[in-house]
Design a binder for this molecule. Structure first.
Ligand code: ATP
Length: 435
């Protein structure tokens, strides 16, 4: 018998028994909802779990119940190991990548200093948000305030793929428009990514604005988001041949100095010949028409992220998700995918006025027919994008004070000051990706 496989199975068995003992000891477990693509900025259940403990050792994953109890599992004796020809080679490769990744586990690069960190040195402070793959918490590590994303590993191949992709892409990226990773920890049943802490995502801000009846995102803030997001997406494409595939309000983050960065690479993909070749999941209400159409959903390019950014920006400046949402997600997706139905446009917007340049830019992003939708390089030549490019000197719309983009920071801090953090938990009616 292949020694590596035997050891792997033994390790799996040990892990299961350990988790089973853990459950038998009577520690309470809250089962995670079945996987869905919904992400909420703050999940009350997780908040309760995380606030009870400050040690990561006691932060038990809350999804282990239904997937790991040996009582519910069909146990395959070691002698019945599938023959090599029937083995899932992709899963083996992922397990191998996981084992390789373990070698760098616990080595954090904090402010240019690489250091080995013990998991006990992660002191959790509070919950920042949660998504379909795990929770994000603020934590103090070696006197540095960080965001720590914990993703729980199970036997599902897609789950492992997603975790490894997030780790790999976060470690690769070095852009001022992407959240910086300090390093990661890999355990038998979970992975923790330590990253730069941000103040709030656009979804949280939208909820605060909506419930406190403030003005939705002003055009100049939208311009700043467009500039930062397209710069990040173009960097991912040009430098690493990566497509994000999950652009939506909860994956665009602000810090209180007004910087805007992308996060969450769990469903990003590597492209060949500039094309993505996987249907992969995403958040359907933000998916481009070509990703919702059977003939084209396994061959699309970065222009599908341009669409998702367009929908996100439309929602931020109007407060409205531009397609009718009802119980039937299918109906919404059919409307998006139907090229004969009109695209959303700010032209018809009567409650607020926007510049013709902004309206035109968003109309380009929201062209339903992908062949008519521009790529990043074309969008980066558009005057609306150029207005927010700081390297354009006098033409730069956001005049800086002492080198700081003060306008965005001022707007962000005034929204936070004039709204309540409880509002971050309250969904907005007719908006996707909320609980
Ligand atoms: N670096 C960070 N600093 C502060 N908050 C963060 C950070 N990263 C993530 N968050 C918060 O946590 C939320 C969930 O994070 P993330 O999207 O990475 O999780 P996920 O499980 O991959 O979710 P999704 O279901 O959207 O794919 C974000 O919407 C954001 O509010």
């Amino acid at each position: 018998m292949d020694n590596v496989c035997f050891q792997q199975r033994l390790r799996d068995l040990e892990t299961r028994v350990r988790k089973w003992k853990f459950l038998k000891l009577g520690l309470t477990e809250v089962r995670l909802r079945p996987r869905d693509r919904r992400s909420t900025s703050v999940d009350q259940k997780h908040k309760e779990c995380s606030s009870t403990s400050s040690s990561p050792q006691h932060q038990r994953p809350n999804n282990i119940g239904y997937l790991t109890s040996p009582m519910e599992r069909k146990f395959t004796p070691l002698s019945m190991k599938p023959s090599p020809s029937r083995r899932d080679t992709e899963k083996d490769a992922l397990e191998f990548e996981f084992l390789e990744g373990c070698k760098k586990s616990g080595v954090l690069d904090i402010d240019g200093l690489k250091q080995a960190v013990d998991p006990n040195e992660i002191h959790i402070i509070g919950l920042l948000g949660s998504g379909s793959c795990g929770v994000v918490e603020s934590a103090m590590v070696k006197s540095k305030l960080m965001a720590v994303k914990t993703m729980y590993k199970n036997d599902n191949k897609e789950n492992l793929k997603r975790i490894l992709r997030d780790v790999r892409i976060m470690s690769l990226c070095n852009s001022p428009f992407i959240v910086t990773s300090y390093g990661y920890f890999m355990f038998d049943s979970s992975v923790k990514i330590c990253m730069q802490i941000m103040s709030a995502c656009c979804e949280k801000l939208l909820r605060r604005i909506y419930h406190s009846k403030l003005e939705f995102f002003p055009e100049y803030v939208a311009g700043h988001i467009v500039y930062s997001a397209i710069s990040a997406l173009d960097y991912l494409k040009e430098r690493h041949s990566i497509i994000h595939r999950d652009i939506k309000p909860s994956n665009i983050l602000f810090d209180d100095s007004g910087n805007i960065k992308l996060c969450d690479f769990g469903i990003s993909g590597f492209m060949t010949n500039s094309m993505a070749h996987s249907k992969s999941e995403g958040c359907p209400p933000y998916m481009a028409p070509e990703r919702l159409t059977i003939e084209t959903n396994s061959k699309y390019d970065v222009r599908s992220d341009v669409w998702s950014l367009g929908i996100t920006i439309y929602q931020l400046v109007t407060g409205i998700y531009p397609f009718p949402l009802n119980d039937m997600e299918f109906t919404t997706l059919t409307i998006i995918a139907n090229l004969n139905l009109p695209s959303p446009s700010l032209k018809g917007e009567t409650t607020r006025s926007f510049s013709p340049l902004f309206i035109e830019f968003l109309d380009f992003c929201l062209r339903k027919d992908v062949r008519e939708r521009p790529e990043y390089k074309q969008l980066m030549k558009h005057d609306f994008f150029l207005d927010y490019d700081p390297s354009r000197g006098d033409f730069y719309k956001l005049k800086t004070i002492n080198g700081n983009p003060s306008h965005v920071a001022e707007w962000f801090n005034s929204v936070i000051a004039r709204s309540s953090c409880e509002d971050e938990l309250k969904p907005i009616p007719n908006t996707p990706c909320v609980n």
